[in-house]
Design a protein around this ligand. Structure first.
Ligand code: TYM
Length: 329
């Protein structure tokens, strides 16, 4: 039985349905069952070029979206990474436990290296080390994430193992928790995952009904003639249908697909309407929170204070084990 949950999300502005289905919906479920820590990881976001004037809004929007999606500060500890400086302190320590070869193999790093050819910095390289620090600072043993984070989690376990071996048992080896929708594909290019960095690939939780309908209507289904295997575009729509529609609806469309009578336009219309219905209440809560920014910042301040109480203890233990600062204090 897991003891503590940790997960994080980058402040890229509004959250998309990939984040929601792959991670956030699971967070809202887990907070009812286990001591949970959820974090907006702004220190991770500074590893790529950005405008500092936009950062506060990005963080605020992420906070609002998560609260509107059901993250409840009464049930979990919800906070912003940079308010708890121990994350970066532990990251520095963990840099000495992270094998260079493993960091070089990280898919996300390789993608970013190709994307920012001229300006690849050390922060992008040690990004997964900070992620390990996020999780282990709270000694979390369960990490609800989408599939793209599995490799980073493997490294986190490796770092925990190496630290424990060298300085004595301090950290658990955290496991991932995936949802059935752990990899939602881009609507306009189902060979890639849905992502903020691919325009037209996503639906945001803040999108209007019309924008949602448009995005689903223009989603790629089959490229070329229909083959024996379901194409990745159609499979993606079925994954979304399973997540947002009633089981009977899903079964009906699946039967039609198997019988060869399915019209994609019907599938899309159904999905669009169910998505509109699911997102409308989230958007309403979102708008209400947007109108009360002080309330949101207060929640985030209180969350950071709670998180910090644990973070300080872990760092004292780490320093003590490592012979730093006379007794770790
Ligand atoms: P980020 O901000 O890219 O994504 C947040 C969460 O959403 C999931 N996700 C998806 N799931 C399914 N389909 C998709 N298309 C999709 N796109 C994103 C991600 O897997 C993730 O769970 N490095 C992390 C943030 C992080 C973190 C952590 C996560 C920092 N520290 C500690 C867990 C634990 C990231 O960039 O997620």
């Amino acid at each position: 039985m897991a003891r503590r949950v940790f997960s994080g999300i980058q402040p890229t502005g509004a959250i998309h349905i990939g984040n929601y289905l792959g991670a956030v919906r699971n967070w809202a479920r887990l907070q009812d069952q286990i001591d949970s820590y959820f974090c907006i990881v702004d220190y991770h976001a500074v590893t790529i070029p950005y405008d500092p004037r936009e950062m506060p809004t990005r963080v605020f929007e992420a906070a609002v979206d998560l609260l509107a999606s059901g993250i409840d500060p009464q049930k979990c500890t919800f906070f912003i990474q940079s308010y708890v400086p121990e994350h970066t302190e532990l990251c520095w320590i963990f840099n000495s436990f992270a094998p260079l070869g493993a960091l070089e193999r990280m898919t996300q790093f390789k993608e970013k290296r190709d994307q920012f050819r001229e300006s690849v910095n050390a922060g992008l390289f040690t990004y997964p080390v900070l992620q390990a620090a996020d999780i282990l600072l709270y000694k979390a043993d369960l990490v609800p994430v989408g599939e793209d984070q599995l490799q980073h989690l493997e490294l986190c376990r490796d770092i925990a193992r190496r630290f424990n071996y060298r300085f004595g048992a301090a950290f658990p080896e955290p496991e991932a928790e995936l949802t059935p929708a752990a990899r939602i594909m881009a609507l306009n290019d189902p060979t890639r995952k849905m992502s903020k960095s691919i325009p037209g690939s996503y639906v945001n939780l803040s999108d209007s009904d019309d924008a949602i309908r448009r995005a689903i209507r223009t989603a790629v289904t089959d490229v070329g003639p229909r083959g024996a295997e379901m194409s990745s575009g159609v499979a993606n729509l079925f994954t979304l249908l399973a997540a947002f529609s009633a089981p009977e609806t899903m079964a009906r469309f699946r039967n039609e697909y198997d019988a060869g009578t399915l019209r994609y336009v019907d599938l899309k219309n159904q999905l669009a309407e169910d998505l509109v219905r699911a997102i409308a209440p989230i958007r309403a809560r979102r708008e209400e929170l947007m109108a009360h920014p002080e309330r949101v910042w207060q929640i985030m301040d209180a969350g950071a204070e709670r998180a910090r109480a644990i973070a300080v203890q872990t760092m004292a233990e780490v320093r003590e084990k490592m012979g730093l600062r006379r007794g770790g204090r």
